[in-house]
Design a protein. Structure first.
Length: 611
């Protein structure tokens, strides 16, 4: 099974150079093979012929090409139920992705990072969603499954266009094409995870004719917010463009794919400007309101869309963090279902090595197929034994699951003061955990605190308190230079002082005195009785953000944090503790408080919070 090639840490330079050399040699070989290949189409290649696929029992595979008005040609792999006549009308489940190359989801160079790469003939459709085809029993149930390559990837031509008008045209075209085929009922659903969940959110926002429902696992909601946060660049902005260039540049399967597929897969060889543009476009504009990014933000349009949306989102995600989740689903009127919880970048059905479900909740494909059956076929959920799928299920940090009608459902807010003082926004980022944690000291709120962070810790809470939604920050600062970074981290602190980060956010400050307002990442976290809330203001988190290097002195004059609190008692629902939660509590989000901080927070000086 392949996985999404969106690694959290950049490849070392030597490894990246090796990958690029491997890629160049592979491209040269593939080009020669494509030119020398006989002009005979492989079975099913752009024709009515079909063939069986080992990973899709009961399916016949064919390929075709879809032409767009701007000259781009999209390649599609089609899996049809073998027991039905070629003209039998079926609903269609569609995925539009950069990961469907016949030679592997990660491309040629992806083999260096553990991705699947099988260059041996015969060619076959990518098995990225073999789990859906078999787990959802698509062929027996009479669904057609279509995999369309985004422009520039797999067998599609055209230049890469990260979330832009080109990719949006691809999604619209693919949906409307699938809805209009003689073997289609006209009802199309979209399915994906990560980037091809992003295209599902894109489809929700565009609402093309024929799109009846979307399932999006761990999506992006806004192209900007995967690479930046309020003007602060994430580390992944350094390499994402290059990584996707190598995926796009991968060829088809030598001696397996037909000549047309091979030529299309090598489109970038004759259009090198595609790769240059993609590798640099996301690095040149940190302004979220710029025209480039405005057209790549789908949150508002997806929120207002009539298309039913079913998504999963890890609230402590290590890849596609939940930035944009709130804007997309809070108060959404169209049918909306969500699994929210304490997992990382995994699928609803994915299992860990010990066999445990990664998300912890059973019945993923059963629920997905009830969703598609309802909106693509119109199958009612009726009868005394019919399952009732809650609109939203949430796993909190205790590992417990509950069901609720929507998210978030805050009943009140509590406002606490931010710490005040000064820090130096130097070129050295201090992380929230790791080897540098012993160097962190307590800020006394006066004098220059060189990258140690400013802290405020609340008094212990008397009763359990659930923070559910998006905490909001308002802060008054003065900065000696423009471009300084300000990061706010929120922590859950037990009596031991081994705190766990609940959520965080960063922003860029202008020079001089300013009031800045921004939201932290969405969360759903319960502070247990006796625990304290910790607020840290600092210049950077080294495992996430690039330091600004502004060397500005930042003074936090005053500020507040508004916490959305949910006092409901929601009914429990089935679900076990997600696998990633234990790692996060033990290592990933753990932070040892600076010595003396708990002692220095006397009842008279500590902030008080209440529900």
């Amino acid at each position: 099974m392949t996985r999404s090639p969106m690694p959290r840490l950049p490849m070392p330079r030597l490894r990246l150079a090796a990958a690029m050399l491997t890629l160049a040699l592979a491209l040269a070989l593939a080009l020669a093979l494509a030119e020398a290949a006989p002009a005979v189409a492989a079975p099913g290649a752009g024709s009515a012929q079909t063939q069986n696929v080992s990973w899709a029992p009961g399916a016949h595979w064919s390929q075709t090409y879809i032409h767009e008005s701007d000259g781009t040609t999209l390649h599609a792999d089609i899996l049809r139920p073998a027991h039905l006549a070629p003209t039998a009308k079926t609903p269609v489940i569609l995925s539009v992705s950069p990961y469907f190359n016949h030679s592997g989801s990660g491309g040629v160079a992806g083999a260096l990072d553990g991705f699947t790469y099988d260059p041996l003939p015969p060619a076959h459709p990518n098995d990225r969603f073999a789990d859906l085809v078999t787990g959802g029993d698509l062929m027996r149930k009479g669904y057609t499954f279509v995999m369309v390559d985004l422009r520039g990837f797999g067998g599609s031509t055209g230049c890469l266009d990260y979330d832009g008008p080109g990719e949006q045209a691809d999604v619209r075209t693919a949906v409307e094409w699938a809805a209009s085929q003689p073997w289609s009922t006209g009802a199309v659903g979209m399915y994906g995870k990560s980037y091809d969940a992003d295209t599902g959110i894109m489809g929700t926002a565009l609402a093309p004719k024929g799109l009846r429902a979307v399932v999006a696992q761990e999506p992006m909601y806004d192209g900007y917010r995967y690479l930046y946060q309020n003007g602060v660049r994430y580390l992944n902005s350094l390499y994402m463009g290059i990584w996707y260039d190598q995926i796009a540049s991968a060829s088809g399967v030598p001696f397996g794919d037909d000549p047309r597929y091979m030529r299309s897969s090598l489109y970038e060889l004759s259009h090198p400007e595609c790769l240059t543009r993609n590798a640099t476009a996301q690095m040149t504009d940190s302004d979220h309101s710029s025209p480039y990014w405005r057209v790549r933000d789908f949150t508002r349009a997806a929120h207002d869309s009539p298309v039913p949306l079913f998504l999963t989102q890890g609230l402590i995600e290590n890849n596609t963090w939940p930035d944009g989740l709130y804007e997309t689903i809070a108060g959404r009127r169209a049918p909306t279902r969500a699994w929210l919880g304490m997992w990382d970048h995994v699928r609803g059905n994915e299992t860990a090595r010990n066999g445990r479900l990664a998300m912890g909740r059973a019945g993923w494909f059963d629920e997905v197929m009830r969703w598609f059956d309802k909106y693509l076929i119109g199958a009612p959920l009726s009868g005394a034994n019919a399952p009732s799928d809650p609109p939203v299920v949430v796993e909190d940090n205790s590992g417990a699951w509950h069901a609720q009608p929507a998210w978030p459902e805050a009943t009140s807010t509590s406002t606490v003061a931010l710490p005040t003082g000064r820090y130096l926004d130097s070129g050295t980022a201090i992380g929230s955990y790791g080897t540098q944690q012993s160097k962190l000291t307590v800020s006394k709120g006066s004098g220059l605190d060189r990258n140690r962070g400013l802290w405020r810790v609340s008094s212990p809470v008397a009763a359990a308190m659930r923070i559910s939604g998006v905490p909001q920050v308002t802060v008054d600062t003065s900065s000696t230079r423009p471009g300084a970074h300000l990061v706010v981290d929120l922590y859950d602190i037990p009596a031991s002082g081994e705190a766990t980060r609940i959520t965080r956010a960063a922003t860029v400050l202008a020079a001089g005195e300013h009031t800045t307002r921004f939201g932290l990442l969405p969360t759903d976290w319960v502070l247990e009785p006796g625990h304290r809330l910790g607020i840290r203001v600092v210049n950077a988190n080294s495992e996430l953000y690039l330091p600004s290097g502004s060397d500005a002195t930042v003074t936090v004059r005053q500020g507040s944090l508004s916490l959305p609190l949910d006092a409901h008692t929601w009914p429990s629902t089935q679900g076990n503790r997600s696998v990633f939660l234990d790692d996060y509590l033990a290592v990933g989000g753990r932070y040892q408080l600076p010595a003396g901080l708990m002692r220095d927070c006397s009842p008279a000086s500590a902030s008080r919070i209440s529900g």
